[in-house]
Design a protein around this ligand. Structure first.
Ligand SMILES: C[S@@+](CC[C@H](N)C(=O)[O-])C[C@H]1O[C@@H](n2cnc3c(N)ncnc32)[C@H](O)[C@@H]1O
Length: 302
């Protein structure tokens, strides 16, 4: 039977041959999962033998990966901001750049809100990645986590229960802020923002992810525009139905994840819908302008 060392090396070579990015790391993760072994054991037990059943299991993973199915879907989980989340093909795989949204939301909540119990909305929650981390780190916060379908909310619900925050996260089904029962202090939203025509040009793994999690319409801004209108309670264009009750409190903050190219267009929308609010842009972990902040009141300037 081959040793762990040989199997990792062989898997790495196969993945490299398929031109899988980060093939060394992926090979190690695949073998760790097949062997049900934490990372440190993989290196400490390099001469351990790999059984034929384990080799077969690994071969099945490699075959799925050959078709460029994302590793997170194959394994059924993804690490995000220090927690493990269940994922399946109904939800977007949480990205490292979104961890910066969590960082900024926590910074603002912890530094800016001294007494009140925060009410937060995570719009387009997917796995629940953002909402769950906010609930873990903000024990007094009440969080609404919203998405469009039962299939997505089933995944979020599993993750919310797995991380013991079900008492503070209320899952709601519906379009953007519509299901919210009350105005909130903080809106965090990583909505679809890829322009429709760009999606087919992106890497093969992304094609496995749900279109409703990626497709932001022609400019990529359809959902963000509608979210800002709902939050403000007024349309950008006259004749779209007049004023509605706004969903953001008078001193509230909105954090949006977007593409750096979209910053000027979103700033223009924010200036029109929230006159007098401060806007700013914060970098993600790769130092790209990724988080757009609309600060309506005196909570805190970032
Ligand atoms: C880019 S994914 C983000 C998922 C998760 N928040 C994250 O950061 O990993 C966008 C999410 O928004 C949801 N979504 C798209 N349009 C929506 C809408 N009109 N109302 C509510 N959710 C929507 C999608 O189903 C998807 O789960």
């Amino acid at each position: 039977m081959p040793s762990l060392r040989q199997v990792v090396r062989g898997t790495h070579g196969i993945l490299e041959g398929f031109q899988i990015p980060d093939s060394r790391l992926e090979a190690e993760v695949m073998v760790m999962n097949t062997m049900r072994m934490p990372r440190q054991d993989l290196f400490a037990n390099q001469e351990t033998e790999v059984s034929p059943q384990q080799e077969q299991e690994l071969a099945e993973i490699i075959e799925r990966r050959r078709k460029r199915e994302p590793l997170a879907y194959i394994l059924g989980y993804k690490e995000f901001y220090g927690i493990t989340l269940l994922v399946n093909s109904n939800v977007l795989i949480p990205r490292p750049e979104t961890e910066s949204m969590v960082e900024h939301a926590l910074f603002m909540a912890l530094m800016g809100m001294e007494t009140a119990e925060l009410v937060i909305a995570d719009v387009g929650t997917g796995t629940g990645a953002i909402a769950i981390n906010l609930a873990i780190h903000l024990p007094a916060a009440q969080i609404y986590a919203m998405d469009l379908t039962d299939e997505v909310l089933d995944v979020a619900s599993y993750n919310v229960r797995a991380h013991n925050v079900a008492d503070r996260i209320m899952l709601l089904k519906g379009d953007l802020l519509e299901p919210l029962p009350q105005p909130v202090d903080l809106i965090v939203a990583n909505l679809p923002y890829v322009p429709s025509q760009r999606i087919p040009t992106l890497q093969p793994e992304i094609q496995w992810e749900p279109r409703q999690a990626l497709d932001g319409g022609e400019e990529g801004l359809d959902q963000i525009r509608r979210l800002l209108e709902q939050a403000a309670g007024s349309p950008l264009e006259d004749g779209d139905g007049g004023r509605l009750p706004g969903r953001l409190k008078d001193i509230g903050i909105i954090l949006l994840e977007l593409d750096p190219e979209q910053v000027p267009a979103v700033k223009e929308m924010a200036d029109r819908l929230f006159p007098g609010a401060e806007t700013s842009v914060e970098p993600d972990i790769s130092q790209r302008d990724r988080i757009f902040v609309i600060n309506r009141g005196q909570m805190l300037s970032p």
